[in-house]
Design a protein around this ligand. Structure first.
Ligand code: AHR
Length: 514
């Protein structure tokens, strides 16, 4: 008997400007791959612009609804997306941050100038206790970046003691005096950030020796085991990876990688607008973001030389789009809008990370709120989630699931002399046995007709959601927070072990098969 399952809701009306093209896919449901670490869906927060102040922290006396100073609307949005891990306090800020300035009575905390980001006064009202409270409210794990660049071994060592020791010791007792009797669990701890740049302009040999030195003094207190993350390369600095792995690879649990998607491809001059762009900028952005595949592949190959058992995770703890700031905003605050283009970027990167789930064990998009490719934008009491948020929320079904291989044959999407694969895909099976297939159609003008062979599994029902819009530049605003949001996807049929679907142009689709 042929089983036919169609979605229940009417399809969204979408402008398509060309005939559909065809792609084929085989999903190997009986060939389980590595588990997809849920931390691939991690976040990054920095004392930068309105990420922390205004985006997360409003203070207890604020009229904006909050719990102990942390805004409730943002926490609720992050809980709905099951954000697994959040990195803090930077970024470049981390290597100028002195954690003792951010504990104790708020009024007594010393101020500092945030030299990296706008030269504004940092009052240190959001410190260790507030960050840990934020993580507890969201239900995620903390990922702390220690100050290697301008701090001392003692300072970093004492921060770990302060947070994780339950002994009758100076730092644990200081924490108790500050109102937290029991230690926190802190697994993820990085020794410096971008040591090759804002973190100290170091050579890899010097950094690797410093990693070994600082690492020696970071203790695993009873009940807490640190996962020690070394500063890895900037983009394609393969020599950095080779040197740091050769000198310190045996001492680390993770090595970071930073890669931002700049439509201009250059850190000099304008990067391009987040919202006012044409199809040339669309394909350039997507082509540049796909470079993540090459970077991960080549850095992984170097790591394989020193760590063939893949014990060291590649931690992509800064990624995402970097455009010109929104006109009229502080250039040091890196505030940019977020469109359907960013949602496509997110989907493409997740597919890359999941293909490399054997080596990539965490990724943290930059940044969570109000900075670069954000999930959430706020303006005083107003808040909206972005198209990027919706991809995180839709893809949460892959968190902790077992990856399943997909063989995809897709035509290219070409424009103006550039060309990228039109369709991208990834699949996994969750603990309940459900299979999820996520698909991205990067072509902004043509729908994709995709024929999927579901090998090694029997599926009788399917359902799905789609994120798309009429225009490439579609975005959510405070006045129209739902302009881009996922809706039920009905453009598929499941029959006799075959799934066919018609993906709208410029769309992200997640299908569930049972
Ligand atoms: O995310 C913004 C900045 O980009 C971070 O502070 C730094 O690590 C990177 O260069």
């Amino acid at each position: 008997m042929l089983l036919l399952c169609l979605g229940l809701l009417a399809p969204p009306v979408l402008a398509q400007t060309g005939p559909a093209f065809s792609a084929t896919l085989t999903l190997h449901a009986d060939q389980p791959g590595p588990v997809i670490n849920r931390n691939l869906y991690g976040q990054f927060t920095e004392h930068l612009g309105h990420c922390i102040y205004g985006g997360i922290w409003v203070g207890e006396d604020s009229p904006i609804p909050n719990t102990r100073g942390i805004r409730n609307d943002v926490v609720n949005a992050l809980k709905a997306a099951h954000v697994p891990v959040v990195r803090w306090p930077g970024g470049c800020f981390a290597d100028e941050y002195h954690w003792k300035d951010g504990i104790g009575a708020a009024a007594q905390r010393p101020k500092m100038i945030n030299t990296h980001w706008g030269g504004v006064v940092e009052n240190n009202h959001f410190g260790t206790h507030e960050f840990m409270d934020f993580c507890a409210q969201v239900g995620c794990e903390p990922y702390i970046t220690g100050n290697l660049g301008s701090g001392t071994v003692q300072e970093m060592m004492e921060w770990v003691e302060y947070m994780t020791s339950d002994a009758d010791s100076p730092m644990a007792n200081l924490r108790r005096r500050n109102g937290r009797p029991q230690p926190w669990k802190v697994k993820y701890f990085a020794i410096g950030n971008e040591a090759w740049g804002c973190g100290g302009d170091m050579r890899p040999e010097f950094y690797a020796d410093n990693f070994r030195r600082y690492n020696t003094f970071l203790k695993n207190y009873p009940g807490n085991k640190l996962y020690r993350i070394a500063c890895g390369p900037n983009e394609d600095d393969y020599a950095w990876t080779d040197t740091v792995m050769s000198i310190a690879g045996q001492k680390m649990d993770g090595l970071s990688l930073h890669y931002y998607t700049l439509p201009s491809g250059s850190w000099k001059g304008p990067k391009g607008s987040a919202t006012a762009f044409d199809e040339a900028a669309w394909i350039t952005t997507l082509r540049r973001t796909l470079r993540m595949e090459e970077l991960i592949t080549k850095h992984s190959a170097i790591m394989d030389k020193y760590d063939p058992a893949k014990k060291v995770g590649l931690i992509v703890d800064e990624w995402g789009t970097w455009y010109d700031v929104e006109p009229g905003t502080n250039p040091g605050f890196l505030f940019q809008q977020n469109t359907l283009r960013d949602a496509i970027v997110a989907g493409l990167n997740f597919h890359i990370f999941q293909r490399h789930a054997d080596r990539v064990t965490m990724a943290n998009i930059a940044q969570l709120v109000n900075v670069l490719q954000s999930l959430v934008l706020t303006d005083g009491p107003k808040m909206t989630v972005t198209p990027t948020y919706h991809v995180f929320e839709m893809f949460q079904v892959h968190q902790g699931a077992t990856s399943l291989p997909v063989d995809l044959q897709t035509p290219a999407y070409a424009f103006g002399g550039q060309s990228i694969p039109a369709v991208s895909a990834s699949a996994s099976r969750d603990a309940a046995g459900r299979v999820h297939l996520s698909l991205v159609n990067a072509d902004p003008r043509h729908p994709a007709r995709i024929a999927c062979v579901l090998a090694g599994g029997r599926f009788s029902t399917a359902s799905g959601r789609v994120l798309t819009a009429d225009t490439m530049q579609a975005r959510n605003t405070f006045d129209q927070p739902d302009a881009v949001r996922p809706v039920a996807f009905t453009g598929f049929a499941l029959a006799g072990g075959q799934l066919t679907a018609e993906l709208p142009s410029k769309s992200v689709v997640v299908l569930e098969l049972q």
